[in-house]
Design a protein around this ligand. Sequence first.
Ligand code: NAD
Length: 458
Amino acid sequence: MRDPSTEDVIAEVPLASRADVELAVRSARQAFDDGRWRYMAPTSRERILLKFADLIERDADNLAELETLEQGKSLAIARYVEVAGGVDFARYAAGLATKITGMTFDVSIPTPPGLRSTAYTRREPVGVVAGIVPWNFPFAIAIWKIFPALAAGCSVVLKPTELTPLTAIRLAELAFEAGVPAGILNVIIGDGEAGSALVASNDVAKISFTGSTATGKAIAKVAADRMARVSLELGGKNPAVVLDDADLEQTVGGLMLGAFLNQGQVCCSASRVYVTAGLFDRVVTGLEGAVKTLTLGAGLDPNAQVNPLVSAQHRDRVLQFLSEADGKAELLHGAQVPDRGYFVAPTVVVNAEASLRLTHEEVFGPVLTVTRVADAEEAIRRANDNSYGLAASLWTRDLKACLDIVPQLHAGTVWVNTHIPLDPALPFGGFKQSGNAREFGPRWAEAYTEEKSVCIVH
Ligand code: NAD
């Protein structure tokens, strides 16, 4: 493994073989079947998970530094967004252990005289969960997989990427320290091969996947064969619609955060902006001014606002998108990149031709396209003209425009006058090819259960 800011080797990690994957699944299956966790009183499960969250908080500085070293993001983002934010999500999910409920029904089933029917549903843990996570927020997303699954009484095999396994390993140690029984949380380090062995295992009842749409589709096909439950949180190409009456300063500041947080390696980042004609020039000038002031440097450098991408391979992929646009759109680049490290200068691409890949494919880097449109109608049409539907934002001070446009945007999350904040209470997931599930919110743990209907004649 290499530090993305220096390219120096920082750790050696073995890749799991197929036999290692089978061992982890067997461990999770045995621990689920022995019943200690699934039949534990919900208050006890909740208490252990809250202790697990406390231990993460205790070790927050260390975890944030590990995250910065392996992933490249700034220490401040790792510490406050990913680790402190992760603790909030962990505690919210831990609390769901005591809030898993069913319903009762008055049924009309004919019964002999003197007998009656009572019917209700109960939710039971689905079994062994494969939690597969990407490299952009490996710590936070690991928490999003582990905590709701454990709250529901499942066991988990977590697979981080081979690029970013270090915080996941620490999480397993902390789970054990908190009192999660042995075998309930297992971590395997591996690439796509280990991932595909994991999803193919007959003992995996549910796959909870966050990653690219291409991988999500491949997993869904394998899962369909044995009807394994599968939830997919996939990619995005998220539009922002800016109307003439938007607050310029708020919009430029919000789009800068939405587009360049974590170097744009965010599934719900703002990546294409449609601005109505009256405000277009001022938005472009504002973004150009802002992008040129950004400083580039290592995640551990407190003065650096833009940090390296995760790997040389990913940097080259992002640069390819930009080189295709060279000469076909106006490219406004930020500061020069340092000599070492996987940096890409933050770039605003103005009025790119619609045929360019970066206008409709997920770039997953510090690249924002800004396009002039005639009016709100054109902005909405172009915003929706994409196979993804993860998130969108709308920038306006007009209440009527806001209430009229929000239902017209095809996205699982629509922000108004902001772009990017997530909250454990608010469901998050995609329309269209951005996924088939929701994480967070009061029904988060339910996704790790089966609903059983019970009918008793008495
Ligand atoms: P990826 O799809 O390449 O990999 C994701 C995970 O899947 C990794 O752990 C990888 O090893 C594993 N994997 C790869 N092939 C597999 C296979 N055949 N079977 C099982 N597992 C396999 O994605 P990435 O490049 O790591 O992450 C970036 C992508 O993740 C972007 O598309 C981004 O939008 C998406 N993402 C989505 C969300 C969300 O909540 N919707 C959040 C973060 C990232």
